[in-house]
Design a protein. Structure first.
Ligand code: CA
Length: 223
């Protein structure tokens, strides 16, 4: 899952990006409204954390512009504690959720998890596919209850497929959602990581759909 953090306070930006990276997401960062607006318009993010008070272009204008352009990714806004009008205007501009400042990073993480699973159409923070279970709260993967050790990149890949189980996900889509903007993107490496996940999980849940991409489905649920 690839996220965008737009926050002009450098310390806060760093803390947010650090906590989200530790939680297994790929994070791009912007420090003003113009830069953030551009990234959100051109890159496919799974969710955005958007400060309202930003230099060059304020957060509400950024959000309104994205929504007018049809950008539908979930957006969590950061609002000033006592500005209830920020929240109202934020929701009206197309925000999906908000966190007032100052906040606990844990709350932001929990809200991001909720936004991601809701936008994928799931009500729970655990994802199951046959005997394989992925818990987005703990970042743990088990097969029939036995823990499987995945690298952070393998986890991101499996998590993305879990969030989009039942539909074919192309390699290009995976590359766009698993690497940050500065990464040297090579879709061939995806095949390698899929191979490693298959081996570690030991259950056949990732099907290769020739010429199209990958499909996550319970074993025996072949197409
Ligand atoms: Ca600010």
């Amino acid at each position: 899952m690839r996220l965008l953090v737009i926050e002009d306070d450098p310390d806060l930006n760093r803390q947010l990006a650090g906590a989200l990276t530790d939680a297994g997401y790929v994070v791009d960062r912007a420090f003003d409204g113009e830069e953030g607006h551009y990234l959100g318009e051109t890159e496919p993010y799974d969710a955005v954390i958007l400060d309202i008070g930003l230099p060059k272009m304020d957060g509400l204008s950024v959000l309104e512009s994205w929504r007018r352009a049809g950008r539908a990714m979930p957006v969590l806004i950061l609002t000033a504690r006592d500005r209830w009008s920020d929240k109202v205007q934020g929701f009206d501009a197309g925000a999906d959720d908000y966190v007032p400042k100052p906040f606990h990073l844990e709350e932001v993480l929990a809200r991001v998890r909720a936004l991601l699973r809701r936008s994928a159409g799931h009500a729970r923070s655990e994802f199951n596919c046959g005997p394989v279970r992925l818990d987005t709260r703990t970042g743990r993967v088990t097969v029939e209850g036995n823990p499987v050790k995945l690298t952070s990149h393998e986890y991101r890949l499996l998590s993305y497929l879990m969030h989009h189980a039942g539909r074919v996900v192309s390699r290009t889509e995976l590359v766009e959602h698993l690497y940050d903007q500065d990464f040297d993107r090579d879709s061939n490496t995806i095949e390698v990581f899929v191979g490693r996940i298959r081996k570690k999980v030991g259950v056949d849940i990732i099907q290769t759909v020739r010429g199209l991409g990958y499909l996550l489905a319970p074993p025996g649920d072949a197409r």
